[in-house]
Design a protein around this ligand. Structure first.
Ligand code: PMV
Ligand code: MG
Length: 330
């Protein structure tokens, strides 16, 4: 019987770059722009994504490498659960991009989680959000991804989360040394905590339409990270989380501005001209905005506290050529 699953996107509110250091925190929001998968057992392996529009089996294909590796790890996981494997047909749609330009809301993390969920669903296995996170992280760390895995935590939990990162180098070592089931059972040292917002505000996402590659941004910015940047960002991220939980508007504005300033001072690559303009569009209004994630393009986010401000920001963004990609309550 054909099974269907979906996954969301994500955007960073706070803690970017800092969260690359183990023990640091980031606040990350789920974005309800979704990918879909359809899966069934089949005579042969058939994988197809609307990103590429051709079908592959499990023979290595560069475009499908992430999906193929996820299938292989899931098959090892399912075998460990005592299940008998059969070939699958998997079809993925809902590319998080337009005209070949990605939105930058976590499509690679989302496609890994989508494939994990599809395989689990097909084999009637119910996985906790934490198991989803661990399996997805296992795959990305095994592939040498240089991110914090905060995107995976948010997409697995489908919630606004406070993520405390862990040492991925130790995990990479474990992956080399011990089997999957032992890696999954060991203590990795991260924390994922859903955050419940008491703010009355609109959350807006502005898309600059300039794609930015996080892995490259990390390589270029990482050496600028100082202990002071880490401690100041951590302080502000914790304060922001409290302010959101307590419905404290002024506190939220203040801390987002602080985090934004820390990022702007970290590297000139983060705030592109468009992102500076996106942020400045909140000037004089009951609102606050900042770049999101690695910066260098992609998206910025805004918290907006009045109808008047919302209308004005949307107008200003439109004039600037910044597309309103998504809006929801926080
Ligand atoms: O640009 P995004 O949304 O992929 O976010 C990257 C956030 C960084 O902290 C710069 C990297 C990471 O993986 O945490
Ligand atoms: Mg990005």
């Amino acid at each position: 019987m054909t099974k269907y699953v979906t996954t969301c996107g994500k955007l960073y509110l706070a803690g970017e770059y800092a969260v690359l250091t183990p023990g640091q925190s980031a606040l990350i929001k789920n974005i309800n722009i979704r990918m879909q998968a359809e899966i069934d057992f089949s005579e042969t392996y058939q994988l197809v994504s609307d990103m590429f529009n051709y079908t592959v089996d499990l023979n290595p294909d560069q475009n499908y490498a992430l999906i193929q590796e996820t299938i292989l790890v899931m098959e090892e996981f399912l075998t460990d659960q005592g299940l008998k494997l059969r070939p699958v047909r998997l079809s993925i749609s809902g590319k998080m991009e337009r005209d070949g330009k990605k939105f930058g809301i976590g499509s690679s993390g989302s496609v890994v989680l989508l494939t994990i969920k599809a395989m689990a669903e097909l084999y009637d296995l119910s996985l906790s959000r934490d198991s989803l996170f661990r399996l997805a992280t296992y795959i990305l760390v095994k592939r040498g991804d240089n991110g914090s895995m905060g995107d995976l935590a948010c997409i697995a939990f489908e919630d606004l989360i406070l993520y405390q990162s862990f040492d991925r180098q130790i995990l990479a070592q474990l992956i080399q040394e011990i089997p999957l089931r032992q890696v999954l059972a060991s203590d990795w040292g991260y924390q994922i905590k859903p955050v419940s917002s008491q703010l009355t505000c609109q959350f807006l996402v502005g898309w600059t339409q300039e794609p930015s590659i996080s892995a490259e941004m990390i390589t270029q910015v990482k050496s600028a990270i100082t202990p002071q940047f880490l401690s100041e960002t951590e302080k502000a991220t914790q304060k922001l989380t409290k302010a959101i939980e307590q419905g404290n508007q002024q506190g939220s504005i203040q801390q987002i501005n602080r985090i934004s300033e820390l990022l702007a001072n970290l590297s000139p690559l983060i705030y592109t001209e468009d992102l500076v303009a996106l942020r400045q569009a909140t000037e004089g209004l009951e609102a606050v905005a900042k770049s999101s994630g690695s910066g260098g393009g992609d998206c910025g986010i805004a918290l907006v506290f009045s109808k008047v401000a919302e209308k004005k920001i949307k107008e200003r963004w439109q004039e600037l050529g910044i597309e309103l990609l998504y809006a929801s309550e926080l």
